[in-house]
Design a protein around this ligand. Structure first.
Ligand code: SF4
Ligand code: SF4
Length: 124
C-alpha cells in the first residue's frame, strides 16, 4: 500500500495521525518560506502537484481557517494535538481500514493498493 497526502490541502487537524491503528502518518513542520520542506513535509510519495511548496489550497484554507473546533488549522508546527502537515511515512503498514479516509478535513489522503486501485478521503 502506498499512502500520500495532497499537501496543500492538509489542514493539520491530526485526525489521520490520531485514528490510524498502524502509525502510517507523522506530523511534520511546514518549514520556512525559503525551505518549505525543511522538516520533511515531502517525505512521502505525493506526486509533484501534491507536494508541499509552502502555499495552502485557497478553497480549503477558506473553509477551515476560522473553524473553531479546537484544532490549530494551518499552524506551522504540531503542538501535539494539531498543526503541522501530515506525511504518509509508513504506507506499507496500511491495512486499508479506511478510518483516516472519513476523518480527513482536507479530503487529501490518497491510498494506492498493490493492484493499483486508488482510494481518496471524503470528509464524513
Ligand atoms: S486506511 Fe491505512 S492509513 Fe488509513 S487509518 Fe487505516 S491503516 Fe491507517
Ligand atoms: S486528516 Fe487530512 S487534513 Fe487532517 S492532518 Fe491528516 S491529512 Fe491533514
Amino acid at each position: 500500500m502506498d499512502v500520500y497526502i495532497d499537501k496543500p490541502k492538509c489542514t493539520g487537524c491530526h485526525h489521520c495521525f490520531d485514528v490510524c491503528p498502524v502509525a502510517v502518518f507523522e506530523m511534520r513542520g511546514r518549514g520556512t518560506s525559503g525551505n518549505p520542506d525543511a522538516d520533511g513535509a515531502n517525505k512521502d510519495n505525493a506526486p509533484e502537484n501534491m507536494k508541499w511548496k509552502g502555499v495552502s489550497d485557497s478553497a480549503i484554507k477558506q473553509k477551515w481557517e476560522n473553524v473553531k473546533d479546537g484544532h490549530n488549522h494551518f499552524a506551522e508546527k504540531s503542538d501535539g494535538k494539531s498543526g503541522g502537515i501530515s506525511v504518509g511515512v509508513n504506507g506499507s503498514a496500511c491495512i486499508l481500514c479506511q478510518a483516516c479516509l472519513i476523518e480527513c478535513e482536507g479530503e487529501c489522503i490518497h491510498i494506492v493498493d498493490d493492484t493499483g486501485t486508488k482510494y481518496q478521503s471524503i470528509y464524513k
